[in-house]
Design a protein around this ligand. Structure first.
Ligand SMILES: [Fe+2]
Length: 336
């Protein structure tokens, strides 16, 4: 299914200005050494900690120990024609950093045909500059290995540049820039909307993305991070897909994230969650960033299956969500 990407000139100008300001701050003569020193300090500290504890080799191997996670989603208003609809979800590929050139990912996705594939941002590892060609080179074979009847859609993350949008389109990823596409099965349709990065660039515009949604239509939203979950819930989104947190990447046993680089509550850091009546899912990410290390937090490829009907009662989920809100437990920035 081909979606006509329109974008918006004001959005484009704002995004390009913010990118330029970010690059100047990161690459400017005065601030560059400080930033690079900070990044190097974090990477060295993580490496040394892993070396001292004997976990360095294990943590590196874990980066390629991909898990196929399956998530069953019950949506009351889902047209019966979409019952059993499958969505393959990749996130935070940071494709130019995949030293196995994506082979591990392709081995899995080749075996998982789906109705739709989505990528929730951070295709690239680049923090600044326009060197996204290595990312696209690494991404292209992964995209080709995906078999999705309705195509592959994505949104930009805080590592991604506006300039990548047409290039992503050329290799087969249709980027939704505060806009929506219709997914059809027979005479029934649902909406797939996507917003620009709400974490760093904050160029997301839910109002615009959802402007053409009919009152009774089921809406699936792609957003790079979970940080606009409450706002999306108020706009009537039914299912919210995101990543960005890497699930913490380096965690305590049980997957308890030490850092998550978001301002959202901890229950949104990985896996499935609820915000009001909206259901959400945060991927632990398929790639990694900063240090090639994962502990108690394996990379994931997710297969969501939609079902028509009510969500089975999740008493403990509701308790967890509300305790999280009560204590406003948030993550803090270490990697982006
Ligand atoms: Fe990110």
């Amino acid at each position: 299914m081909k979606h006509e990407i329109t974008g918006d000139s004001q959005h484009r100008q704002t995004r390009l200005r913010l990118q330029s300001e970010k690059f100047s701050a990161l690459l400017g003569a005065e601030s560059a050494p400080a930033h690079q020193e900070e990044m190097q300090t974090i990477t060295t500290a993580v490496d040394n900690l892993l070396k001292c504890t004997g976990f360095q080799g294990r943590a590196r191997r874990n980066c390629f120990d991909y898990r196929l996670e399956k998530n069953e989603v019950y949506l009351p208003g889902l047209p019966p024609a979409f019952d059993g609809y499958t969505i393959l979800h990749l996130s935070d590929l940071h494709a130019d950093g995949l030293v196995d050139e994506g082979e591990g990912i392709m081995r899995i996705v080749e075996t998982v045909p789906c109705d739709l594939a989505v990528m929730t941002g951070d295709f690239s590892s680049e923090e600044a500059g326009a060197h996204y060609e290595p990312c696209l080179e690494a991404l292209a074979p992964i995209v080709r290995s995906i078999s999705a009847q309705d195509g592959i859609f994505g949104v930009l993350g805080n590592h991604d540049l506006w300039e990548m949008v047409p290039e992503l389109g050329r290799i087969g990823v249709q980027v939704l820039l505060n806009e929506a596409a219709q997914l059809r099965r027979g005479t029934a349709d649902i909406v797939l909307a996507g917003v620009d990065d709400p974490h760093y660039y904050k160029c997301h515009d839910l109002k615009k993305a959802l402007a053409a949604v009919a009152p009774d239509q089921v809406v699936i939203l792609l957003s790079h991070s979970p940080e606009i979950a409450a706002e999306a819930s108020r706009y009537g989104v039914d299912f919210y897909l995101c990543g960005h947190t890497h699930g913490g990447q380096i965690c305590l046993p049980g997957g308890i994230a030490l850092f998550a680089n978001t301002s959202c509550i901890r229950s949104y850091v990985s896996g499935s969650w609820k915000c009001g009546t909206m259901q959400g899912y945060t991927s632990r990410g398929t790639g990694f960033s900063l240090a090639a290390a994962r502990l108690f937090c394996p990379p994931e490829i997710t297969l969501h299956t939609l079902h028509t009907g009510s969500l089975p009662c999740d008493f403990y989920g509701v308790i967890e969500e509300n305790i999280g809100k009560l204590f406003n437990m948030t993550g803090h920035a270490v990697y982006a």
